[in-house]
Ligand binder design. Structure first.
Ligand code: NAD
Length: 376
């Protein structure tokens, strides 16, 4: 099989596979080609890929020749014209929000695997890009907040007086939220957490943070460990509780998401406008609407009372080396499922991970949840 790596477009800095992972793929008898300069913004030179046995080619050659085209994001719709019927694609399609791309991939008869819909089973954990990238984003969110806040995170007792620790409020304790808790605690902040899944309470407390209970959250066992939408009465109780804690916080990190839906709105403008001047809100859910009413993805908004609201759902790209390392390891583990001992591409449709990650195949949209979400 020929595996082809695409160079991502600006402002993306990550690359789907670093030379160290390409080397491991070549040991599986896979031929690797990549678009010139693909790794440069993640500090991996073309020569480093060549040293492990990969060949540099143009974007068109990757798109036209590779049996499996690999990227972080989906190729542009214009790139599809350079692809061939029956080729496979492996990247994050964000399919719930990209109806036209999904339809065009089906029309082009590409077998598209979307790493962001991989089943969240124990066997798939080593391939789970959502978890890896959420780990990077949760960490980076705290560093960004600490860097922006006009105060210290840790407590200091100095000759110039005692500095009290920063108060950090974290909304959503999934992978990103728990990483944000751990990083905030390591920096010495006092941390409080909201989540609708009671299952995370112990983990939060184990990391040294306080879990704020709001009575009556709906928790659906059939949602596979994910949160579900809440009723109006709960939303109002939760909004009041979040307001009461947010106004005493220096930093709010927003990570709450519901898969395939717009993010829950948890932090109203009225709350932000009652927070202390100089406080910082980082909203990782900004690309799906945001947890904060003032968030704009990719932008910093300053509220009338001087609170900075940083909307950024792409924080993983700001740490391109380790983010690419983790993403690449996930891609490698998935690729192992679809190559045989001779390095040939073999798609085993009875494997629940292969089947559950495929979005389009032989001209059809084959992912039931994506089809339902897009009303197709
Ligand atoms: P996510 O990004 O979908 O959501 C982030 C967090 O937001 C979740 O904890 C969710 O409960 C919370 N949230 C949603 N609505 C909320 C609201 N109204 N108020 C407060 N919080 C709200 O989640 P994620 O980080 O991708 O993962 C969630 C869970 O999925 C994990 O904790 C785990 O149980 C499971 N998971 C399983 C695997 C695996 O087995 N391969 C991998 C990763 C995650």
């Amino acid at each position: 099989m020929i595996l082809g790596i695409l160079k991502e477009k600006s402002p993306e800095l990550r690359v789907a596979l670093l030379p160290e992972t390409v080397s491991a793929l070549i040991k599986l008898k896979v031929t690797v080609i990549l678009e010139q300069g693909a790794g440069i913004s993640a500090f991996a030179a073309d020569s480093a890929y060549e040293e492990v046995g990969a060949s540099m080619v143009s974007r068109q050659v990757v798109l036209h020749t590779a049996d499996l085209v690999v990227g972080i994001h989906a190729p542009d719709e214009a790139d599809l014209a350079d692809m061939k019927v029956g080729q496979s694609l492996l990247c994050a399609l964000n399919p719930y929000f990209n109806a036209s791309l999904v339809q065009n991939l089906a029309k082009a008869k590409i077998t598209a695997f979307s790493m962001d819909v991989i089943p969240r089973t124990s066997r798939a954990q080593a391939m789970d890009i959502l978890s890896s990238m959420a780990t990077v984003a949760g960490y980076k969110a705290v560093l960004t907040a600490a860097n922006t806040l006009p105060k210290f995170f840790p407590m200091f007792m100095t000759a110039a007086g005692t500095i009290t620790p920063a108060k950090v409020l974290i909304l959503g304790a999934g992978v990103a939220g728990l990483q944000a808790v751990a990083t905030s605690r390591k920096l010495g902040a006092v941390v409080e957490v909201f989540d609708v899944r009671a299952a995370v309470k112990e983990e939060v407390m184990g990391l040294g943070a306080k879990f704020v209970d709001v009575e009556g959250a709906a928790d659906d066992k059939s949602a596979g460990g994910y949160a579900v939408e809440q009723d109006e009465a709960f939303k109002q109780r939760q909004a009041q509780a979040i307001h009461d804690h947010a106004v005493k916080s220096d930093v709010v990190i927003c990570t709450a998401q519901i898969p395939g839906k717009t993010a829950p709105l948890l932090l109203r403008t009225a709350t932000v406008e009652t927070m202390k001047a100089g406080s910082v809100i980082i909203d990782l859910a900004a690309s799906t609407g945001g947890n904060c009413e003032l968030s704009k993805d990719g932008k910093t908004v300053v509220s009338v009372n001087g609170v900075k609201v940083i909307g950024n759902s792409a924080l993983a790209t700001e740490m391109p080396t380790d983010a690419s390392r983790m993403f690449g390891k996930n891609i490698f583990n998935f690729t192992k499922l679809i190559v045989d001992e001779h390095g040939k591409l073999v798609l085993n449709w009875s494997d629940d991970i292969v089947k559950g990650t495929a979005v389009t195949h032989q001209g059809e949209i084959v992912h039931e949840r994506v089809k339902a979400a897009l009303n197709l």
